[in-house]
Write a protein that binds this ligand. Structure first.
Ligand code: GLY
Length: 321
């Protein structure tokens, strides 16, 4: 089989405008460092699926992002995380919903890839973590706890937490714009295989039992032709069935740029708030957003780029190769 340069695109959330250029620079630093590490693994010959799991672990370990360590707290002050993984070469989806006290929710989704039962929630997720002998891990950071305490003091007037962990100033306005987060990784490996993974702490401040899009085929989907990871308001992503919709459009012959343009035009008309990153089997790297910002970075095999900006309206983009 002929080998091609791998491609990687990752995201660390989407949502309202960033508060300050310093936040943008810090995000750029983290995202570029992580995309470089994933690319190195892919360049060394790792499968798309292994690269995706590795990339999700790195993003879950970065407290700035709302997944794994640094996840937002739900309305009852607890962290419950969800993750989805899809291997495009086998077209198999696996996922974990509302798991607590683990460091890498993506590991549970990866473990379930060959299993007969491939999406587990709460009790089943806890039992799986025990079966995998995963050491209990507390994902709560001081900043996320402070954010929740601040909301508690204001009687939970906001319906969701901030996407990026930023210090809250004394007036509580450091993160006043509601912003949604999730992390995602899409990889095309040297053998031409696609895979995608998505992991989240949810919207934050949500009611118990709420299910995120991330461990559904609306938020995370791949086949042999395209792969997509979504971020933003899970309910909006589910209503548009966004990841599957884009992948099906590309599979049916639409160019990836056109598939994103059409899907995001529909999303704009429907008043949605989210973003998505995508790769085609041809190596086209693409993204779209209706949110003010999409925190994404990519590696083309030759250079690193990103979608970072303080704020702007609906946009789709593609790196043509
Ligand atoms: N997209 C993450 C969530 O809404 O849970």
């Amino acid at each position: 089989m002929t080998q091609a340069l791998p491609k990687v695109i990752i995201h660390g959330g989407a949502g309202g405008a960033l508060a300050h250029p310093d936040v943008l620079n810090a995000l750029r630093h983290d995202l570029h460092a992580i995309v470089e590490q994933i690319y190195s693994k892919a360049e060394a010959g790792a499968s798309a699926r292994d690269c995706v799991v590795f990339g999700c672990q790195l993003l879950e370990d970065t407290p700035r992002f709302n997944a794994g360590y640094g996840s937002v707290l739900q309305s009852d002050g607890q962290v419950r995380m969800s993750a989805g993984l899809m291997d495009g070469s086998t077209q198999r989806f696996s996922g974990i919903i509302n798991v607590s006290r683990v460091r890498h929710p993506i590991d549970l989704a990866a473990y379930l890839q060959p299993a007969p039962d491939r999406v587990l929630s709460d009790l089943g997720a806890a039992e799986l973590a025990r079966e995998m002998r995963i050491e209990p891990f507390d994902p709560v950071t001081d900043l996320r706890l402070k954010e929740w305490m601040q909301e508690r003091a204001h009687n939970f007037q906001r319906s969701m937490a901030g996407v990026v962990a930023e210090p809250i100033d004394s007036a509580g306005s450091g993160d006043s714009e509601a912003r949604r987060g999730t992390i995602g990784v899409v990889v095309l490996d040297q053998e031409g295989r696609l895979a995608v993974g998505t992991s989240t702490g949810g919207k934050g401040l949500e009611r118990l039992g709420r299910v995120s899009d991330s461990a559904t085929v609306a938020g995370n989907y791949a086949n042999g032709v395209a792969a997509v990871s979504c971020t933003g308001i899970g309910e909006d992503i589910i209503d548009e069935c966004l990841a599957s919709r884009i992948v099906v459009r590309v599979t049916d012959g639409m160019a990836i740029a056109a598939a994103l343009e059409k899907s995001f035009a529909e999303a704009t008309a429907n008043g949605r708030d989210f973003g998505a990153i995508a790769l085609s089997h041809r190596g086209e790297i693409a993204w779209g957003k209706t949110s003010d910002v999409l925190l994404a970075a990519y590696h083309t095999g030759e250079a690193v780029g990103d979608t970072l900006e303080l704020s702007s309206g609906t946009l789709t983009g593609v790196v043509q190769l």
